[in-house]
Design a protein around this ligand. Structure first.
Ligand SMILES: Nc1nc2c(c(=O)[nH]1)N[C@H]1C(S)=C(S)[C@@H](COP(=O)(O)OP(=O)(O)OC[C@H]3O[C@@H](n4cnc5c(N)ncnc54)[C@H](O)[C@@H]3O)O[C@H]1N2
Ligand code: MOO
Ligand code: MG
Length: 411
């Protein structure tokens, strides 16, 4: 069995098992946060016609040749062209068409003069200088050429991409579906959040933390009813869940306790067992297995360990299922504002709070790092990785932290 393996090997083992979900066609408004499963080519020129970028008058530049401040040239206003209603007139010598921003340039015109540079009435307009041909015209295809590739397979759809798709008249896009992530907390001590507590019991918090983390990572979370520490029941629940879920995340029952059954359940169900125990703290006893194209990941029951190992191992998996290429966190240099003096012979991920101020990043470490402590997770937005044997770390020292959000900023 693969056991006590390095963090990197565990991640590689998991990631190589993941293929992006099959593409689905989505309406534009629903596509936010999905990843494109096709290259997008524009069927149109944008703009689709030569248009005016200003409110003013359409003229012929050659007619402005003798215009000066002292001796302006006068043009006869022959038509009005608002946006969306092109003028049908052909502009002749010393004629002008009053034109609005976004309107099609009338035939015969090669110049737009903005209102501010003219004097005008309803019948005539005066210009006071010479203009070059093609001044103040936005040309057809200047923004996007017909046939141009505007977005690439693998691009994340954010609001700008939605706008680009709409501007080329595309209402449906092919995107990679989001993975369905089932969450199963195990433990005889668990009760639902809305149920009364009895002696020795605790509310199931992991399912909710994990569901929120799944959502933040772009997966679709499904919280299953928590399961007692019972091998048959756990096995049955996981087997039936894998019929529809892409990823199954469990918490609890992965260590060496008499009632820790999750790894055994994985072994019964899987067609490929991946590993048990990774050389890191917290969350050492993490386990993973594969069944068909589905992944099972068993996280430690300790709330902070479940949180941290989710971010390290499950988040990149979800991102790969979503079709993203950048699946690992953004790492940045930061100034440590706390002391961390313990030197341990184990790789550690320390929960951290990182912020930006006047050109620098700063990182504070909460007081407690115990994997069973949940209170010190508040405001945690980053992880400080300490390789085995490294340290001590003191206030003012530069360190590297991994951000739990902000991957958009990756190059
Ligand atoms: N003899 C040893 N004991 C333990 C070892 C070891 O190496 N030798 N490893 C410790 C480490 S490290 C960890 S981490 C835990 C892992 O425990 P499990 O994954 O088996 O989790 P449980 O035993 O079920 O629970 C641990 C802890 O977490 C609480 N818990 C569980 N589920 C939830 C939930 N859904 N919401 C909130 N809290 C939960 C549970 O009550 C326990 O307190 O094992 C150590 N032991
Ligand atoms: O590996 Mo455990 O989560 O540190 O207590
Ligand atoms: Mg246990």
């Amino acid at each position: 069995m693969n056991t006590n393996i390095q963090i990197k090997s565990a991640l590689e083992m998991l990631i190589t098992e993941v293929k992006p979900k099959s593409p689905v066609s989505l309406n534009l408004v629903d596509a936010l946060g999905y990843v494109l499963a096709e290259d997008i080519f524009s069927p149109l020129n944008i703009p689709p016609f030569d248009r005016s970028p200003l409110d003013g008058f359409a003229l012929r530049a050659c007619d402005t040749l003798n215009a000066t401040k002292e001796q302006p040239t006068t043009f006869k206003v022959i038509d009005f062209a608002p946006a969306g209603k092109p003028s049908t007139k052909i502009l002749g010598p010393y004629q002008a068409i009053r034109i609005m921003t976004g309107a099609k340039i009338p035939d015969g015109a090669d110049l737009i003069v903005p209102f501010e540079e003219t004097e005008f009435t309803e019948e005539w307009v005066k210009v006071f200088k010479t203009y070059k041909s093609n001044s103040n015209i936005t040309f057809k295809g200047e923004d996007i050429k017909k046939g141009q590739r505007v977005l690439v397979k693998g691009d994340l759809i954010n609001p700008p991409e939605i706008g680009i798709l709409a501007s080329i008249g595309k209402n449906e896009v092919l995107v990679y579906d989001r993975p369905k992530v089932a969450i199963l907390s195990t433990g005889d001590e668990l009760v639902d959040v809305n149920q009364p507590l009895e002696e020795g019991k605790i509310p199931n918090s992991n399912s909710y933390t994990i569901a929120a983390l799944v959502k933040r990572a772009g997966g679709i979370p499904y919280i299953l009813p928590h399961c007692p520490d019972h091998l048959e029941k756990i096995t049955k629940e996981i087997s039936s869940t894998l019929k529809w879920a892409d990823i199954l995340v469990t918490t609890g029952g992965v260590s060496v306790g008499d009632k820790d059954y999750v790894m055994e359940a994985f072994q019964r169900i899987c067609d490929k067992f991946l590993f048990w125990k990774v050389k890191m703290k917290p969350g050492t006893p993490i386990t993973a297995a594969k069944y068909k194209d589905k992944l099972m990941i068993g996280l430690s029951g300790n709330p902070a360990a479940a949180f941290i190992t989710f971010e390290i191992f499950v988040k990149p998996i979800i991102k790969k299922f979503r079709g993203l290429e950048k699946i690992y966190p953004l790492e940045l240099e930061s100034t440590l504002l706390s002391n961390f003096t313990k030197v341990r012979n184990q790789n550690r991920f320390v929960r951290a709070i990182t912020y930006y101020d006047s050109g620098n990043f700063y990182t504070k470490l909460p007081d407690s790092h115990s994997s069973g402590v949940i209170s010190s997770l508040t405001k945690v937005n980053s992880l400080f990785f300490i390789p085995a044997g490294a340290g001590p770390f003191t206030e003012g020292q530069k360190i590297k932290v991994q951000l739990l959000e902000g991957e958009d900023l990756l190059p």
